[in-house]
Design a protein around this ligand. Structure first.
Ligand SMILES: Nc1ncnc2c1ncn2[C@@H]1O[C@H](COP(=O)(O)OP(=O)(O)O)[C@@H](O)[C@H]1O
Ligand SMILES: [Mg+2]
Length: 254
């Protein structure tokens, strides 16, 4: 398949290792804006490591090594003069287990807005919190209890709150690392519906071990095995006409 001509994220020959253990092997991939790209692969194949490379979450690990290039809008995010704080504002992340702060619903969403001084009045802050909760399809369920400790929400609501928290600082890309792994099918369906809606406005990169989830929501699907890209294609071709024997094996449950 031809890569998008103007990708949001472009990885060129990215290899990575924890100490002497190689985890990513010569990965070249591009992720287009305004769509969901899914990354599939067996446990331990390097999916989370790949996502973490996109907002430099591995930087603090002393043993971590990366080579190759990661370009966001054509700019190398690992360039010596690249600004990691600015990068993390542009590239938000949602983790496998919902991890709201031990604060109220309101303060979870307001946190980043306050940190980055994105509003200059209490009413503008309240408006921004409402807008993010609305975009995360959570507003109607929490509008009467914004003071509730976030931990008292259901798992699915907590995950949507984490998405609202990510949206609140106006990112361009959202990395999602198995965001439904701890949720029941109903909560999963709500998140999937939300991701499809958000794809109209953001570059979403979704790691999942669920074939069905990738098939339902992603425009493009990639398979990673042992740190290497096996196959990447638009999702319908990936599932109906896999080219690589390893993809065929993976899809048939082998
Ligand atoms: N912080 C780390 N230090 C050392 N090895 C790690 C670290 N994080 C992950 N790994 C190893 O890197 C490999 C890929 O892990 P990961 O990216 O988490 O895979 P996945 O998300 O596909 O399950 C695994 O073998 C894992 O044990
Ligand atoms: Mg993982």
């Amino acid at each position: 398949m031809t890569p998008p001509s103007d990708p949001k994220f472009l990885l060129r020959n990215v290899s990575a290792a924890y100490a002497s253990k190689p985890v990513l092997r010569d990965v070249s991939l591009s992720f287009a804006d305004r769509q969901i790209s899914a990354i599939l692969g067996p446990s331990g194949c390097g999916k989370s490591t790949l996502l973490r490379c996109l907002n430099r979450l591995n930087d603090r690990l002393p043993q971590f090594r990366l080579s190759g290039q990661v370009l966001l809008d054509g700019q190398d995010i690992y360039a010596p003069d690249a600004d990691v704080i600015a990068l993390r504002r542009r590239v938000g992340m949602v983790f496998q287990k919902p991890n709201p702060f031990p604060k109220s619903v309101f303060d979870n969403v307001a946190y980043g807005i306050r940190l980055h001084n994105l509003t200059n009045s209490a009413s503008a802050l309240a408006d921004a919190v409402e807008a993010s909760l609305t975009d995360a399809a959570l507003w109607d369920e929490v509008k009467d209890r914004l003071d509730l400790p976030a931990q008292q929400l259901s798992g699915g609501q907590q995950q949507r709150l984490c998405i609202a928290r990510a949206l609140a600082i106006n990112p361009e890309v959202i990395l999602l690392d198995e965001p439904c792994a701890s949720l029941d099918p109903r909560a999963t369906a709500r998140i999937e519906e939300l991701l499809v809606a958000l794809a109209a406005r953001y570059c979403l990169i979704l790691v999942t071990h669920s074939l069905a989830q990738a098939a339902r929501v992603a425009a493009v699907t990639a398979l990673l095995e042992e740190g290497a890209v096996i196959e990447v294609n638009n999702t319908s071709d990936f599932f109906t006409n896999p080219q690589h024997p390893k993809t065929q094996q993976y899809l048939s449950g082998g």
